[in-house]
Unconditional design. Structure first.
Length: 324
């Protein structure tokens, strides 16, 4: 029961983080020590589940799908999206500097936590690190192309596949990619109003993304573990500018429903921000929020430790061997 409660709370943290454009639930999963177990578990959902059910019955299926982990995690994410996410959205609208400051500190400290992991670092690991940085920087600029697909349903499916894939990556925010696709407001409003038709279409895309991308990540983690961690660090560091509290939108376009799609920001100092907007820069409160976010992540990383992550990887590898 203690394990299930812990996973539920970690899921709630993932759901709350994913409500904020610029923060990835994958970052929370990584820092709290469940990332690799999450990736390997998602990969188990597929045709192999029928084989496990035929061989071991219901007990075999439960073990194959790791349901004692999956169910409380999904409950935590779902509970957060319909409760905590409302608070997060309110903070984003009324106190954006403080919220962005908190998550900037959280994500920056996450990069520190992740960078401690590779014990067998090699010089060529700089390549996936740079690739991660470039992808994190370049992906948002490509997302408005999704709106040119024409059919609103197709846009939702493709948007769901991209957003859920980003959820699995520490650093890259599915919510921010939804924002750059002009879908963030649509999806959040559908969650608030329980628009089952729109959410069902979006969920189809999410399932496609989960099915394909989880398998790619699982394979990379098994065969190129240290290099994949460097790639994830690149994603995390590359996502930091999106969370810088003091910024000015200098280039945007309007989506199909006249939604504002940000394309480029100018990053400011607190003083320049105050002069430009006429609003206080809140340097001290934002700095405190940054330190609070960083301290939270470092505490979680210390509590989870490498043993949880390594243990989850070993158990997943063991499971893979038994299924082979």
């Amino acid at each position: 029961m203690k394990r299930q409660l812990s996973v539920f709370l970690k899921g709630a943290g993932m759901g709350a983080a994913d409500a904020v454009p610029g923060v990835s639930g994958g970052t929370i999963a990584f820092v709290t020590g469940i990332y690799e177990e999450l990736i390997h578990t998602i990969k188990q959902f597929g045709p192999s589940a029928f084989t496990a059910w035929r061989r071991g019955g219901l007990a075999g299926l439960v073990a194959h799908l790791n349901l004692p982990f999956v169910l409380p995690l999904l409950l935590g994410i779902g509970a957060s999206l319909v409760s905590v996410a409302h608070l997060v959205v309110w903070l984003m609208e009324d106190y954006p500097l403080l919220l962005n400051g908190f998550f900037f500190g959280l994500v920056a400290a996450s990069a520190i936590v992740v960078s401690r992991h590779p014990a067998d670092w090699k010089l060529w690991h700089l390549v996936p690190l740079i690739v991660g940085l470039l992808l994190a920087h370049g992906l948002p600029s490509l997302m408005p192309l999704v709106t040119q697909l024409g059919s609103p349903s197709l846009v939702l499916v493709v948007g769901g596949a991209i957003a859920i894939s980003a959820l699995l990556l520490p650093g890259v925010s599915g919510s921010f990619l939804l924002l750059t696709m002009g879908l963030y407001g649509t999806v959040m409003q559908a969650i608030r109003s329980f628009d089952l038709g729109l959410l069902s279409t979006f969920a189809v895309g999410c399932l496609i993304g989960l099915f394909g991308f989880s398998r790619l990540l699982s394979w990379l983690l098994r065969h190129y573990h240290a290099a994949t961690l460097q790639l994830l660090i690149g994603f995390i560091v590359g996502s930091l500018p999106v969370l810088w509290p003091w910024r000015e939108l200098i280039r945007y376009q309007l989506g199909p429903q006249d939604q504002l799609i940000p394309l480029e920001y100018r990053y400011l100092s607190p003083g320049d921000y105050a002069n430009l907007t006429g609003e206080p820069g809140l340097l001290v409160p934002v700095a405190i929020a940054m330190l609070a976010g960083g301290a939270l992540v470092l505490a979680l990383g210390r509590h989870s430790g490498g043993q949880a992550r390594n243990g989850s990887r070993k158990s997943s590898d063991k499971k893979e061997g038994s299924n082979a």
